[in-house]
Each structure stands twice: as structure tokens, then as C-alpha cells.
Design a protein around this ligand. Structure first.
Ligand code: HEM
Ligand code: HEM
Ligand SMILES: [Fe+2]
Length: 477
């Protein structure tokens, strides 16, 4: 068990040290994401809060952008962690990787400061380049977009060159390389700007949907395969077979599933049928991932070398299925989406899906890394505090998404279906007690999530400092 990461007595590869820096920055940005989410949630309750100083739109922008960046950083950190283990050597081009990483960290800092301090003014060609490109989730100004593309290019080079140098292209590495090419190429679709809103949205969704529902899902498939091999000692043949099935299903359903964002933006009508049909099949690969995780966990009677990582991996499988599969499916058929489109049901789904699929993965990876980087390595790793953080996170995120679901339900049923989207209907839904009460619940569950985050950070630091449970195995150099 644990044969793929534990080489007793050996220190960490440089690439793994870089991975630790990735994880540390990811966790700091996670904290920032949550703080700005709390501010946005509080402004729903008291719209005068920070009025004229820090607008809701800025808080929301920082909230969602910090999320995209920290999750991407966490997933890339996972690749830098496992790549030297998979290839049995140091990552080729590691110095370049370190350089570009610190440039990116500085760049992210500048972008956030600009968001916070330069909030108002007309949008021009200059602001597009230097302030904000104005598209939800990928608001980054164009100079930052180009920096991100350069960063992903270096990352791809690291992965390809290391794979070639190792002279052994495993199935997992093959899938990873193929996926990273798509991930980098699709991001560049978001740099294209046109004043035609339909064309603009058409390409914007190539980044947003094809990223999160296709390329990120496949990346997660590869990372979870490595994690399961590490945590449970699952044979490579088994994880690879599952991965091929999942990749086929993810791309088979997800590419045309893109059509569920093309229903009402001015694209040809055939997207209603195509998008409805293929996106309704999108939960299939997610079911496969649950079956895979449960099968592996059962085969090993829940004995893992790292309990927190193992529980986060299980949460990832179920959370991905529930958040993306179930909450996504709820609103993906055009007959339903006609009424639910753009309501807070989308926000409910967004929270659950991003949390289940990606926060779950990154935290699995972080716990695996911290186990090996700790001053005293313990197997199986366990602590007293991780389960508190885990439980509070799950309760908090379901409470938050539940609140969004109820307010979205009022918008869909009262404002749209019953009263027909008039101005009076809008007022009726926004003053409905099911709507107004949930604003407070959201803030409350947000505080719970923040408490879970603080315990998580405490837990990771105490493992790093060597204060964990489990048998002592080796000291890192
Ligand atoms: C991990 C995977 C996924 C993530 C992270 C995710 C995330 C999101 C987010 C954040 C939005 C809101 C976009 C906006 O602001 O306009 C959204 C919209 C949507 N998602 Fe997903 N999603 C995932 C998978 C799925 C799946 C598998 C389905 C279908 C079965 C789905 C169906 C939808 C639909 C229909 C909308 C549009 C809702 C509307 O019309 O307002 N999603 N998704
Ligand atoms: C302290 C906890 C959190 C609070 C209070 C919070 C609150 C909010 C609020 C108020 C919004 C704006 C909704 C709107 O525009 O109407 C939002 C958007 C969003 N949040 Fe959070 N959030 C929290 C944690 C998270 C986490 C952990 C994730 C995912 C990992 C997340 C992902 C998102 C996404 C994807 C959106 C955009 C949704 C959409 O476009 O429909 N949030 N959040
Ligand atoms: Fe989508």
C-alpha cells in the first residue's frame, strides 16, 4: 500500500516543493474567496453596507475569480505533486516553472488590487487591457489573460517534457497531456471580445462550460486516479480502465451539452434539442465516478493511509454527482430552464458543483501532500480536528445551497411561472418571505463555512508541525 508516494528516507522532489507553494497560495485565496462571499451575502441583507465604498459587484467578482484561480492552482499543484512520482524523475523545466509561478502570484495580487480600487468608470479598449474584461468568472484584464496562457504553456511543457524524458507514457499521462492541450486552448477563446453579445456569449461559454464540465472534470479524473492509487493502493489497470470510460462519457456528453447555455442567447433553435438531450446525459460519467470510488473503498474496507484525504475523496465523488449531476440536471431541460434560467437555482448548483467536484479534489490533494511534507510523517494519518472541519463544511455548503435553492424556487415559480415575469412579479418574488428569509440563512451558513475553513487551516498546520496521530514512518529531510 502507498507504494506510489512513499519512498522511505527520501526528501521531496523540487516539483513537490513547488506543489506545496501552489497549495499554500490556493488556501490563502480560498480564505479570500470566503470573506468576499460573506460580504456579498451580507449586502443582500443590508444593501447599504459599504455603499459607495465596496460595491456588491466587486465583492462578487473577487469571490468568483478567487475561486477559479485557487481551484486551478490547487489542481495544477496536484499535477506537480504526482508527476515526479509517476515518471520517477524530477520535472523537466522546473526552474522555469518556479519563475513563472511567482510572476503569476504577483499578477494575481495586482489584478485583485485593481478590482478593489478601480471600480467605476466607462469601459474602453484600455480598460479591457488593464482593468477588467467584463465577463463573469473570467473578468481578468487582457494582460493577465496572456500571462495565464503563458503559465499554462509552461505547465504543459513541464508535463510533456517530463513524460518524454521518462520514456514511459502511461495511460494517465496520455490522458493528462491531451486534456491540458484542450484546457489551454479553450481559455484563449475567452480573450476574444466582440460587441455582438450573442457571439461574445457563444465563445465565453466555451471557456466556462467546456472548462468546468469537460477539461476540469477530466483533470480531476486523472488526479483522483493517482490519489486512489496512493490512498488505497488501487491497481493502475483498474483506475485506468475507469478513467477511459469516464473520459469518453465526459467528452461524449459534455461537448454538445454546452448547448444548455445556448437556449436563450440568440443562437439557432436546434441548440434547444441538442443541448437538452446531451446535457441530460451529463450526469452519467458522474455516476461512473461514484461507482468507481465506492467500489475501491469497499474493496479495501475503508482502510486508507490518510483518513482526511480519503474522506475528502469520497465526498468528491458524491459531491460531484449531487452538485453537478443532480442540481445541474434539475434545470437543464429547456422546458424547465425557460422558467428557472438565471435564478438563484443556478447559484445553488454553482456552489454545490464547484464545492463537490473541485474543492473536494483539491483538499484530497492537500492532505496527501501535507502528510508527506510534515516534519514527522505518520501512517495512517489522522487528527482530531479534521472531522470537525469536514462536517462543518458539508453542513455549511448544503445549508448555503439549500437557501439558494429555496429563493431560486420562489423566483422560478412565483415570478416566472405564476405571475409571468412582469415588474410586479419581480417585486412579489423579491419580497416573498421564502426569499427574504433565505438571505439571512445564507449568511449564517456562510459563517459556518468560514469556521470550517479556519479549522481546516489549523488542522493542516498542526499536521505540518508534526502533531498528528498515526504511526511515525520517516522524517523528511
Ligand atoms: C463540476 C461540474 C459543474 C460545475 C462546476 C458547474 C457550475 C455551474 C455554474 C457556476 C453555473 C452558473 C453560470 C452562470 O453564472 O451563468 C452553471 C449553470 C448551469 N449548469 Fe452547471 N456546472 C457543472 C456541471 C453541470 C452539469 C453536469 C449539468 C447538467 C446536467 C449542468 C447544468 C447547468 C445548467 C442548465 C446551467 C444554466 C442555469 C441557468 O440557465 O441559469 N451543470 N453551472
Ligand atoms: C462563506 C461562504 C460563501 C458565501 C457566503 C457565498 C455567497 C455568495 C453570494 C452572495 C454570491 C452571489 C450570488 C448572486 O449573484 O446572486 C455567490 C456567488 C457564487 N459563489 Fe459563493 N459563497 C460562499 C462560498 C462559496 C464556495 C465555497 C464556492 C465554491 C467553491 C462558491 C461559489 C460561488 C459561485 C460559483 C458563484 C456564482 C454563482 C452564479 O453565477 O450563479 N461560493 N456566493
Ligand atoms: Fe454547462
Amino acid at each position: 500500500m502507498a507504494s506510489i508516494a512513499m519512498k522511505k528516507g527520501e526528501g521531496l522532489y523540487e516539483s513537490q516543493k513547488l506543489a506545496l507553494a501552489y497549495f499554500a497560495v490556493a488556501l490563502i485565496l480560498f480564505g479570500a474567496q470566503l470573506l468576499f462571499g460573506l460580504l456579498a451575502a451580507y449586502q443582500y441583507i443590508d444593501p447599504n453596507f459599504l455603499f459607495g465604498k465596496l460595491s456588491f459587484m466587486t465583492n462578487r467578482t473577487v469571490h468568483v475569480n478567487a475561486m477559479i484561480v485557487w481551484l486551478l492552482v490547487g489542481l495544477m499543484g496536484g499535477v506537480y505533486w504526482f508527476l515526479p512520482i509517476e515518471t520517477g524523475r524530477e520535472v523537466v523545466g522546473i526552474r522555469l516553472a518556479k519563475w513563472i509561478w511567482w510572476i503569476i502570484v504577483a499578477g494575481v495580487g495586482v489584478v485583485v488590487l485593481v478590482y478593489l480600487f478601480v471600480q467605476v468608470g466607462p469601459g474602453t479598449a484600455t480598460t479591457l487591457w488593464f482593468i477588467n474584461e467584463g465577463r463573469e468568472y473570467i473578468e481578468a484584464p487582457r494582460w493577465a489573460d496572456l500571462a495565464i496562457i503563458a503559465w499554462v504553456a509552461v505547465f504543459l511543457y513541464n508535463v510533456v517534457a517530463t513524460t518524454l524524458a521518462s520514456r514511459r507514457v502511461t495511460g494517465l499521462l496520455g490522458v493528462l497531456i491531451f486534456d491540458l492541450v484542450a484546457l489551454g486552448a479553450l481559455y484563449s477563446a475567452g480573450v476574444h471580445y466582440t460587441v455582438n453579445v450573442t457571439m461574445d456569449q457563444y465563445l465565453w461559454w466555451w471557456v466556462v462550460h467546456l472548462w468546468v464540465e469537460a477539461t476540469w472534470e477530466v483533470l480531476v479524473g486523472v488526479l483522483m486516479a493517482w490519489s486512489l492509487m496512493y490512498l488505497l493502493g488501487t491497481p493502475r489497470k483498474l483506475v485506468e480502465t475507469w478513467l477511459y470510460l469516464e473520459v469518453a462519457l465526459v467528452f461524449g456528453t459534455g461537448i454538445l451539452g454546452l448547448g444548455h447555455h445556448y437556449f436563450w442567447i440568440g443562437t439557432p433553435e436546434y441548440w434547444i434539442g441538442l443541448g437538452g438531450f446531451f446535457s441530460a446525459l451529463e450526469p452519467l460519467p458522474l455516476v461512473a465516478m461514484v461507482v468507481h470510488a465506492v467500489y475501491d473503498a469497499g474493496a479495501h474496507r475503508l482502510h486508507a493511509v490518510n483518513r482526511p484525504a480519503f474522506f475528502w475523496a469520497i465526498l468528491q465523488a458524491f459531491g460531484n454527482f449531487i452538485g453537478a449531476g443532480v442540481w445541474g440536471f434539475m434545470q437543464t431541460l429547456p422546458q424547465i430552464n425557460l422558467y428557472s434560467h438565471g435564478t438563484q437555482l443556478a447559484a445553488a448548483h454553482g456552489h454545490l458543483a464547484f464545492f463537490g467536484a473541485y474543492v473536494g479534489t483539491v483538499l484530497t490533494l492537500v492532505y496527501i501532500a501535507v502528510q508527506n511534507a510534515a516534519k514527522v510523517v505518520r501512517i495512517p494519518l489522522d487528527t482530531r480536528s479534521w472531522s470537525w472541519s469536514y462536517a462543518l463544511f458539508i453542513l455549511g455548503i448544503f445549508g448555503l445551497a439549500g437557501s439558494f435553492t429555496i429563493s431560486g424556487f420562489v423566483q422560478t415559480m412565483v415570478e416566472r411561472a405564476e405571475l409571468g415575469s412582469t415588474w410586479a412579479a419581480f417585486i412579489a418574488s423579491y419580497t416573498h418571505p421564502w426569499y427574504t428569509n433565505t438571505l439571512v440563512w445564507r449568511f449564517f451558513f456562510g459563517l459556518m463555512i468560514f469556521a470550517a475553513y479556519l479549522i481546516l487551516v489549523y488542522d493542516l498546520l498542526s499536521i505540518y508541525a508534526g502533531r498528528a496521530l498515526g504511526k511515525e514512518v520517516r522524517r523528511a529531510q
